[in-house]
Design a protein around this ligand. Structure first.
Ligand SMILES: NC(=O)c1ccc[n+]([C@@H]2O[C@H](COP(=O)([O-])OP(=O)(O)OC[C@H]3O[C@@H](n4cnc5c(N)ncnc54)[C@H](O)[C@@H]3O)[C@@H](O)[C@H]2O)c1
Length: 340
């Protein structure tokens, strides 16, 4: 099968996606219509690759990876006959619609046409094209070469083969694709982030805590576990009896907290059973004690790493240790690299 890839739009996300594909040894055609930005993009690709190399995160030289990214100023040159398109143009529905109309004519007949959109539902884009079955959103974190999760969001018209192809290709370049079953505003990444942010703002508004201490609670508490466990996995390992015991013991308190915010979404028995069974596929409960020991060892490894590198203690500490990655320094020498 034809494996060629086009990235459309050479801004922040387009450059980052190009690095993801090129790092996985896939040649990339990167289309950027603006001449000045195209020139900047070339430097930006190199700067980011050098920073990755300084952290020992490339398995070949940055020049070798960069050589796989070809910057072009014509969409027809970038996308003709390709089998996968990752669109990264500005977040504007009209721009995306007109691009996808061109892309469906240019790309191979069975090509996957994926948008990086953070908020535009794929069905809004799909309405503009003749064959909507090849279109989906593949929404990355920023930058995708450091945050591997990518949300695959189909419209009601997306063919399951499109989803499967996107999933297979993105997994093959080191990403962790997650299937979102239907279009919802914010998809999953931003809805989870939004739930935390909404509560954080309420707590500050109500005088419960200072904003800086919201960040302290997250950075020095929840976030440390969330570096290697999801929220369901966290409660599974926090409570003997796992998710089920946690829901029985803590469910009513969480329901009261939700009610304070006008929310009524009880954790029904069926929902808890579904979550419990999913979590136990990674953490079988008969080994619960072993898994708690694993979690604590992972926290120790994280703490040991934090102590070794001043970068993680914040910009002031990094600056004091002469470890601050400036734009110019990042290119050739992040200094932090030597510490790892
Ligand atoms: N920045 C983020 O954190 C982030 C995260 C996830 C998803 N996204 C999504 O990725 C997409 C791109 O975001 P960004 O932050 O890279 O934006 P950006 O403004 O940095 O880059 C957009 C690029 O597209 C180019 N462009 C303009 N018109 C174009 C056209 N018709 N065809 C092709 N390219 C065109 C611009 O010249 C620019 O270089 C958006 O849909 C955004 O929602 C962004």
């Amino acid at each position: 099968m034809n494996q060629s890839i086009a990235v459309v739009g050479g801004g922040s996300i387009g450059i980052a996606w190009s690095i993801v594909f090129a790092r996985a040894k896939r040649p990339v055609m990167l289309y950027e219509p603006d001449d000045a930005r195209r020139e900047l993009a070339e430097d930006d690709v190199m700067r980011r690759l050098r920073a990755l190399a300084a952290h020992h995160l490339l398995d070949e030289g940055p020049e070798d990876v960069a050589a796989r990214v070809e910057l072009v100023g014509e969409l027809s040159v970038a996308a003709r006959g390709v089998s996968y398109v990752q669109e990264c143009a500005p977040e504007d529905l009209d721009v995306k619609r007109s691009l996808f109309r061109e892309l469906e004519a240019l790309a191979a007949p069975d090509a996957v046409l994926a948008s990086s959109s953070s908020a535009i539902p794929p069905s809004s884009i799909a309405q503009a094209v003749r064959d909507p079955s090849r279109i989906l959103v593949a929404h990355p974190g920023n930058p995708p070469y450091l945050l591997p999760v990518v949300e695959l969001v189909p419209s009601p018209f997306t063919d399951t083969r499109t989803l499967e192809r996107a999933h297979t290709l993105l997994a093959s370049v080191g990403m962790c694709p997650v299937r979102v079953h239907k279009e919802v505003e914010g998809f999953v990444f931003n809805r989870l982030q939004g739930a935390v942010l909404r509560e954080a703002y309420c707590l500050v508004r109500d005088g419960v805590v200072d904003p800086r201490d919201v960040d302290t609670v997250m950075r020095e508490g929840l976030g440390r576990r969330w570096a290697f466990l999801g929220p369901f996995e966290t409660v599974e390992l926090n409570t003997e009896g796992g998710v089920d015991a946690h829901a029985t013991r803590m469910g009513p308190a969480y329901a009261r907290m939700g009610a304070e915010r006008g929310q009524h979404d009880p954790w029904t028995e069926a929902m808890v059973a579904q979550v419990s069974s999913a979590v136990q596929s990674r953490f079988p409960r008969d080994r619960w004690r072993d898994h708690v020991l694993w979690r604590d060892s992972a926290l120790m490894a994280l703490e040991a790493f934090r102590r070794r590198t001043s970068l993680l203690s914040g910009p002031a500490a990094a600056e004091q240790a002469n470890n601050y990655p400036t734009n110019s320094a990042q290119g050739d020498d992040t200094r932090e690299g030597g510490e790892q």
